[in-house]
Structure formats: C-alpha cells, structure tokens
Design a protein around this ligand. Structure first.
Ligand code: CA
Length: 422
C-alpha cells in the first residue's frame, strides 16, 4: 500500500466527519489569498496547505524540485515533474500533516502555511491545452439512442468496438463557482421547417469525470493500454453544459459544436490517481470482445459515488441524480490507448472527460435530457416549480466521492450558476 493512503493515518489538522479531504486524499489545486499571487496548494479538511510557503521553508528541498514550480498559477509544471516527484511531494505532505510525525513540529508552522478554505479563492488549476469528450457510458448512449433513433436498437454499430469521442473546446473550461451564461444560437423548433435564432430553451448539464494527462507523448507514439494509467495524473468532476436544442440542429454530420463549447465546469482540486487506488473495481464485461489494442487486465474502474443537485434561485437545493463512475463501459486506460493509437500526441494538462455517466436506474441518469426523458417528465423542485430543462438562476452542483476502510476520498464540488442570455 502507498504510505500516504494508509487508513490509519490521522492529521493534526481537524478533518470534520464526511469531509472529502482527509490526510489520505491531499488533492492539488491553485489558490489565492487576499488578492495575493496564485500558488499551489493541497486541501486538508476545511483548510488548504500553501505549498509555495512550505517550499520557501525548504520542506521540499531534498526532493530536488525548483521552488518556482509551487509559485505558478497552474499545476502543469508541477505535474510535468513526473509521478516520482509528485508522489514524493504528496508523501512529504502526508508526513508534515501527520499527527504522529515527530521530526519537526509542523503544527507550530501552521499559522504560516495553513488557511481556512473560506479565506482562499480556488482558481482554475490547469492550463488545458486540449480537451476531448468521450461517450463511454453504455446507459447514457443507450438512453440517447433510444430517444433520438431506435428504442429497439439504440447503439450505433461502432459503439461497442471503440470509445467514441469528439474534440471539445479547452478555452471555455472554467473552475467551480464561475457563472455560466445561457447561450444563444440556431435551433429548429419542433415541427418547424426553418431554424430560428435565440437563447437556448433546452439547457442541460452532463455529469462527467475527467482525467488530467500527466505525461506527454510524442507525435506518432501510441500508448499501450497496460501503460496508459502512467499518463494520467488525476481526476476532476466535470459538468459538460449542453444546449440540447442548438446541439440537435447542428450536430450532424460532424458532432457537437456550439451546443457544447460555451462552458464546461470542473471541480478545483485534482485528486491523484494514487489517492483513488483503494477505490478500484472491475469494470463491466465487454461484449463482443474488443480489438487487442483495447484489451486490458485488472480493475480499471473506480467506485466513485456521484451526485447532481439543482438549487433554484431562493430555494433549497434538490438532489436530482445519483450515479457512479464504476458504471463506465470504457475505462480511462482504454480511452487513452484509443486516443493515441493513431499517433495523436498528448500534452501535460490535457483533459479527457468520460461522457455523461448514467447508471441503470432512472434516478441515476446523468443529464436532464434523460432524467426528464427529453422534457416529457419534468422534475418537481422543493419550491413547487418544475424543470424540463434548467431555468435561469439555477445552480448546478456536482459532487463525487468514494469510501473504503472508513476513509472518504472526494472531489468537493463543481458548481455553476446559469445566468440569463444577454
Ligand atoms: Ca459530454
């Protein structure tokens, strides 16, 4: 077992019950305090540990890491150090924050490097060069196929043979808390023969998890499926906001464009693949057998409980979806192997999202499109209002965590408020 994952570890920092951030997690992010300069940090309980300050005090000097890496406004340079170094930093932090560690009294230094999360601003943690969105949930692809094509035969012929994806837009990926503007565009009203232009009236979320590429590949290089996880640094929650009416009119034959690229929201803390190790589970059986370059061994799925909540303006939030990352038909190793099989190169900080993660039951569907079955079964909110799709002022909240041996490894939240169209 990785020492930093040991369930027996306890921190001298208070970690409230149910916190996503015990000492066994230590996810990385970028924060700013009192308008100061951005710097790298990890979350611990309700606090953050400032890595720039720890680096300045020499806590990482023996790891031979340039201190400047911790003073960057993004994680890319840190991640690019490679897993040997980033794991060593996580292990060091685990020691510093461990109540049993006696080499120095880090708690005396606490006022200098430990700050309540409420006092810091969590910033977009990555420079995302490229973003790819997969379509890897069998349940989601089946639901959408049943709705728009053929209920008896919902999957297209390629779906069980390759992890379908499209290239998304990296520039509009924003960190949790950033408001999202309802987009305007072309759409074809039901029964109409000519398109109209205006604000989308079918605004949706998509519950997804994205992985962050941690190791670059050369142009022309293909990553074998059994090595693919070496290229994954960690995961974030991902809301692929979708304007269904714009999407439906534009998507053929080349796929999503303006119905998707106006915004995607991520959670601010990147949870390392190492911290998620205890949550590994077997994925679903794949039938028919996939081609050799996609055949994998071992447990490549992760048991991560996922939720979506909607909070209308001036009302209590309501949970609308409970799903799980373990349902994914295609796992991340297969996605990365497929992405590079033609020689397409990856860069550190690239993001690959899973696609909407729907489960087998109607309360586990990961989008409004499915939850309301194309708007035909509206949800009733606690304030009595109904939702076929999202209303202006709604806050969409994604949450995710897994639990093993009494240790909860979580992501915090990916939230965004939908603002009216301009
Ligand atoms: Ca998507």
């Amino acid at each position: 077992m990785i020492h930093a994952n040991n369930p027996a570890l306890r921190s001298w920092v208070d970690v409230p019950p149910g916190s996503d951030f015990p000492i066994q997690n230590l996810p990385f992010g970028v924060v700013r305090r009192n308008g100061g300069s951005p710097r790298l940090a990890v979350a611990i309980g309700g606090h953050v540990a400032d890595l720039k300050i720890l680096a300045e005090h020499g806590f990482f000097d023996d790891l031979k890491i340039d201190r400047e890496v911790f003073a960057k406004p993004y994680l890319n340079d840190f991640i690019a150090l490679g897993k040997a170094k980033t794991s060593a930093v996580r292990n060091r932090l685990s020691q510093i924050l461990d109540s049993d560690f006696e080499e120095w009294d880090a708690s005396e230094l606490a006022p200098f490097f430990l700050f309540p999360q409420s006092e810091v601003e969590t910033l977009m943690p990555l420079q995302v060069g490229d973003y790819t969105d997969f379509y890897s949930s069998l349940e989601h692809a089946s639901n959408v196929g049943a709705m728009f094509r053929d209920p008896q035969n919902p999957l297209l012929p390629n779906w069980r043979h390759l992890p379908v994806a499209y290239h998304g837009r990296a520039s509009s990926i924003v960190v949790s808390g950033t408001p999202v503007r309802r987009p305007k565009g072309q759409m074809l009203p039901t029964g109409a023969e000519q398109p109209i232009f205006g604000p989308s009236i079918r605004m949706d979320f998509e519950l997804e998890v994205a992985f962050v590429v941690g190791k670059p590949t050369e142009l022309g290089q293909s990553v074998p499926v059994h090595e693919a996880e070496d290229y994954i640094f960690g995961l974030v929650l991902f809301n692929d906001w979708s304007a269904r009416d714009i999407q439906q009119w534009e998507y053929q034959p080349l796929g999503p464009f303006l119905g998707k690229n106006f915004a995607s929201t991520i959670s601010p803390w990147v949870v390392t693949l190492e911290a998620l190790e205890p949550l590994r589970v077997q994925g679903p059986a794949q039938s028919p057998q996939v081609l050799p370059y996609l055949q994998y061994e071992g447990a490549r799925n992760f048991d991560l409980h996922l939720e979506v909540w909607i909070q209308p303006e001036q009302a209590e939030p309501m949970r609308v979806c409970r799903s799980n990352f373990k349902y994914m038909y295609w796992n991340m190793a297969q996605q990365l192997a497929h992405h590079t099989v033609n020689g397409c190169n990856l860069r550190v900080g690239d993001m690959c999202a899973s696609g909407t993660i729907s489960g087998p039951t109607p309360d586990s569907y990961g989008s409004m499109l499915e939850l309301t079955w194309r708007g035909t079964k509206p949800l009733t909110m606690p304030d009595g209002s109904t939702r076929a799709f999202l209303h202006d002022g709604d806050i969409v909240i994604l949450r995710g965590w897994g639990e093993r041996n009494g240790v909860r490894i979580g992501f915090g939240e990916a939230t965004g408020k939908l603002l009216p169209a301009l």
